[in-house]
Write a protein of this length. Structure first.
Length: 308
């Protein structure tokens, strides 16, 4: 893996992200800091992992619940329906309510996963917000999971920004570039997901259709070496496909249909495509006109990548 140095300048500060590959090919270590806003909750020092530090400084005034990044749109009332190769059923609903997390107003997203039998496997509430540059940040999750039908539930992986010094991360940059590396979350020793941007113009086919100009990432955590994933984010929709690595495992999760919000507060199921394809470039205005160009604001993120 190449050595990457990324600098992103947002509305009120600088987010510096660096990654250095080790000689044995293990996942990169990330060092990130953000200056210009209020400090982390009192008593919380920089989070530290094996060889790195992470300490983003979050100013609540710089965030909005209007999440219109085209690669991670969160339009209230939208429900994404997915299935995986084990026939588990995944529903992701963007709620109309918001939740304040350590002073930051966030969008609530409710995820459920069901075993093929219909028994609930996972029940998760996530919190997201977008900064003024268009980057989408992840502020935590409350989750319960079962590994097997009939088994016990556990909250492993739950975390909240500001609680026990957990820190938010970025789930989608305003202007991704190949080689960018960033943390998606940081709860030391429990939740430390990271992502690398590895593609910008992917063509992706799922049951819902065929989409172009998609972002491809490699997601990983130091807690599960060898359990990396490729994720595909397409304009106007977001994450439509996740592939477990290596690809030869033939394990993936795919978007099947989308229930879109309608003006009367109800919902309209767009259904799945029986045949043909749907180019993501034709999704003008995003879901029900809920999207705008995340880079059209007065302060765009400036990302510079250097390869050594």
């Amino acid at each position: 893996m190449i050595k990457v140095s990324v600098t992103a300048t947002a509305m009120v500060g600088a987010l510096t992200i660096t990654a250095c590959a080790s000689s044995n090919g293990t996942s990169p270590k990330v060092d990130a800091s953000m200056e210009g806003g209020p400090s982390e909750p009192v008593g919380c020092a920089a989070g530290a992992d094996a060889g790195g530090h992470y300490n983003p400084t979050i100013n609540p005034a710089d965030f909005t619940t209007k999440v219109d990044n085209p690669y991670f749109p969160l339009v209230p009332g939208t429900i994404f329906h997915l299935t995986d190769t084990d026939n588990n059923i995944v529903d992701i609903e963007v709620k109309s309510e918001t939740t304040r997390i350590s002073g930051v107003e966030t969008v609530v997203v409710h995820d459920t996963v069901k075993f093929p039998s219909g028994e609930l496997s996972e029940d998760t509430t996530d919190w997201f917000a977008q900064d003024k540059a268009g980057n989408v940040w992840y502020f935590g999750e409350q989750t319960t999971k079962k590994s097997v039908p009939g088994g016990p539930s556990n909250p492993l992986g739950s975390w909240t920004y500001g609680v026990d010094c957990a820190k938010p991360g970025i789930v989608m940059e305003a202007h991704p570039k190949v080689g960018d590396t960033y943390r998606q979350e940081f709860y030391a020793g429990q939740a430390e997901d990271q992502a690398d941007v590895i593609g910008l113009d992917e063509m992706v086919t799922v049951p819902y259709g065929t989409f172009s100009h998609c972002i491809k990432t490699r997601d990983y955590t130091r807690f599960s070496p060898g359990a990396d994933e490729n994720k595909y984010y397409c304009p106007g929709l977001g994450n439509i496909k996740t592939v477990d690595l290596p690809v030869s495992m033939n394990k993936h999760e795919d978007l099947v249909s989308v229930t879109s919000p309608v003006a009367d507060g109800g919902s309209l199921d767009s259904g799945s495509l029986d045949s043909g394809s749907r180019d993501s470039g034709s999704l003008e205005g995003g879901l029900e006109g809920g999207l705008s160009d995340a880079g059209s604001g007065p302060q765009d993120a400036a990302v510079d990548a250097a390869h050594d």
